[in-house]
Write a new protein. Structure first.
Length: 204
């Protein structure tokens, strides 16, 4: 049988080659399933696949705070004003400092601020220290009192001994910085915790 290819008849050698290839092929077997339409296997994006829920492990009995540290952290307390002043670097002569701590040196002048408000005490302290320094004095005593444990009833708690805490800060800053060399808590014979020794610089 003569075959056509591309609008022309196959030559005898081409037809012989074609028949040789056709003899090596096996025809497909037609099954009943081949007559059925092919189902759409594309997954529906709106259809959610739910995985079976995993059984949860049972919760063991426990008590609140049982794993917390038993060691108390403690309170963070700032150093007292006495500790803060004592921690200042030593500026004066060590021998005189030792005598001063023992109450062996006598103050050349004193200022009593006990019972005053901060607004009253600050200008008086400035004038007293600057005058003493101008006069060439070396050691003066400033009395503040220890303060009373009382509450004025205001919304903000008041520190006990406000004046006692504030005076060392005034002495180390502002206009008094150039006049004051050392501040030391007074010996008991000169007022103890209710007073401060103020050792002044030499006048230039």
């Amino acid at each position: 049988m003569s075959r056509k290819h591309g609008g022309r008849r196959l030559r005898p050698e081409e037809e012989a080659l074609w028949n040789k290839v056709a003899d090596t092929t096996n025809p497909l077997k037609k099954s009943a399933a081949s007559d059925k339409p092919i189902e759409n296997l594309t997954p529906d994006p709106l259809k959610k696949i739910r995985e079976p829920a995993r059984p949860r492990d049972p919760i063991s009995p426990f008590k609140l705070g049982e794993r917390a540290s038993r060691k108390a952290a403690g309170h963070v307390v700032s150093p007292s004003i006495s500790e803060q002043v004592a921690g200042q670097p030593l500026q004066m002569d060590k021998k005189n400092f030792t005598r001063l701590k023992r109450g062996k040196l006598v103050p050349e002048a004193r200022l009593d601020l006990h019972g005053m408000t901060l607004n009253m005490a600050h200008p008086m302290l400035n004038r007293f220290i600057l005058d003493a320094h101008a006069d060439g004095l070396r050691l003066v005593l400033v009395i503040t009192g220890k303060g009373k444990d009382r509450d004025a009833g205001g919304p903000i708690p008041e520190r006990v001994g406000v004046l006692r805490h504030q005076v060392p800060q005034w002495l180390h800053g502002g206009a008094l910085r150039g006049a004051v060399l050392q501040v030391v808590e007074a010996h008991k014979k000169h007022g103890g915790g209710g007073a401060w020794y103020v050792y002044l610089r030499r006048r230039r």
